[in-house]
Design a binder for this molecule. Structure first.
Ligand SMILES: Nc1ncnc2c1ncn2[C@@H]1O[C@H](COP(=O)(O)OP(=O)(O)OP(=O)(O)O)[C@@H](O)[C@H]1O
Ligand SMILES: [Mg+2]
Length: 213
């Protein structure tokens, strides 16, 4: 029987997902919870190898279906090897991007069709769903400015180099997903300060802990 809590952080590149995930992880750990921090694509040895293929700027010839299948393959391994076992142990799993990212980026952004990508991921996930998905809603220009200012100085990866129209299709898809299930998915106004955002997420997560753990 599954016991833990599974929370996914979603939104376009530069929306502030990783910043908040690390803050929430530190807060939960300080409260004494066992927390697993992970990310997609990646999270496992096999997943990290797939991630390197996906994000390599040299791989311009990658076909959209190949991309969708690689993300789903990485996710299948992630669920089996890391996420499900952690949930069985009763831990709190915080995941930087998950299935909604595939539906938005490959389904809407690349135009494969959101329903196809969802079906592909249903197979990859074997029934596992996040208890809560936080959608960081931020306009493209602000997100882009944050990426360019990001202190780590790394260049933009293959996906981040796509144009504004691509990210607008992605953002619209995130919004549709949220509208389809506003209970399991929460919209976070990501234009606020990190402190304001963290307070809101803490309250949401605390509620969930009261209900489930
Ligand atoms: N609320 C905020 N206000 C202003 N700047 C922020 C905020 N949150 C994060 N940032 C800064 O914006 C940049 C991008 O944030 P972050 O790396 O957390 O985004 P991300 O959604 O994880 O991006 P990616 O999808 O590329 O991994 C970082 O330099 C971060 O310090
Ligand atoms: Mg990030």
């Amino acid at each position: 029987m599954r016991k833990g809590l599974f929370i996914a952080f979603e939104g376009i590149d530069g929306a502030g997902k990783t910043t908040q995930l690390l803050r929430i992880a530190a807060w939960l750990e300080a409260q004494g919870f066992a927390v697993v921090v992970t990310r997609e694509p990646g999270g496992t040895r096999i997943g990290d190898a797939v991630r390197a293929i996906l994000l390599d700027p040299r791989h311009q010839e990658m076909a959209p279906r190949t991309e969708a299948l690689l993300y789903a393959a990485s996710r299948a391994q992630h669920v089996e090897e890391l996420i499900r076992p952690a949930l069985m142990r009763g831990e709190i799993v915080l995941c930087d991007r998950f299935v909604d990212a595939s539906i938005a980026y490959q389904g809407a952004g690349l135009g494969l069709g959101e329903a196809w990508v969802e079906a592909l991921n249903d197979y990859a996930l074997g029934g596992l769903r996040p208890d809560l998905t936080l959608w960081f809603d931020l306009d493209w220009a602000t997100a882009r400015a944050r990426l360019h200012a990001r202190a780590d100085g790394r260049g933009l990866d293959r996906v981040e180099r796509r144009d504004r129209a691509f990210f607008e299709r992605v953002a619209d898809a995130f919004e549709r997903l949220w509208q389809a299930d506003p209970q399991a998915r929460r919209r976070i106004d990501a234009s606020r300060t990190p402190e304001e955002i963290e307070q809101e997420i803490r309250a949401m997560v605390w509620n969930l802990i009261q209900q489930h753990l």
